[in-house]
Design a protein around this ligand. Structure first.
Ligand code: AMP
Length: 186
């Protein structure tokens, strides 16, 4: 992909009209965290459709084979996005949920660790993959998802999130040359 295209996709997203469907819930799940609640957006058929269309738009010409959604809210946006892109959907699940043979990656959270897993046969080698989640905070989750995709020898085309908490600077940890697209940036 041309570096100018990647740069344009990685540029901080301007505030979007959909921002009014995001509810800030202070001190959830713990004191000091402002939780970005997207249930008002999901509850509005028009807003959800606009959101999926806007998320899909940068990837339409990129022939995405599979959308990998991160449990659990990434499933909601990822499954809808997969349909919009005529791609398959692959769940990246928390530890112990996948029934068949799988691989996993442990990663650091602000407090403690977590694990993300994927079925070993979920992606064809070389498949063109888009990773999707609802919120990008410190970036640890998205980096773990990227590692899973790379370990299955798929081709990571980029990542898309509805909300990027820009003040946490996760973008600095992301790989240059791989587009990271966010719809709303705070
Ligand atoms: P991180 O690994 O720090 O980027 O955290 C991203 C994951 O945690 C995503 O799957 C989000 O759903 C969730 N998350 C982190 N911070 C928030 C927040 N302020 N509001 C909603 N979800 C969050």
């Amino acid at each position: 992909m041309k570096s100018s295209v990647v740069a344009a996709m990685n540029r901080p997203a301007p505030m979007h009209a959909l921002a009014r469907y995001v509810r800030d819930v202070p001190d959830f799940p713990k004191p000091g965290v402002v939780f970005k609640d997207l249930t008002p957006l999901l509850a509005d058929a028009g807003a959800f459709a606009i959101c999926i269309d806007a998320l899909a738009s940068p990837w339409r010409a990129r022939r995405i084979d599979a959308v990998c959604g991160i449990e659990s809210r990434g499933f909601i946006f990822g499954a809808a996005l997969a349909q919009a892109l005529d791609a398959g959907f692959v769940p990246l699940r928390k530890a112990g949920k996948l029934p068949a043979q799988h691989i996993g990656v442990d990663y650091e959270l602000e407090y403690g660790t977590a694990r993300l897993e994927v079925h070993a046969d979920a992606l064809e080698p070389g498949a063109r993959v888009l990773i999707v989640d609802d919120v990008l905070a410190t970036g640890g989750t998205l980096l773990a998802a990227r590692e899973l995709v790379e370990r299955l020898d798929a081709r990571l085309m980029g990542a898309a999130v509805v909300i990027e908490l820009g003040f946490l600077n996760a973008r600095a940890r992301w790989q240059e040359g791989v587009p990271l697209y966010s719809l709303l940036r705070y």
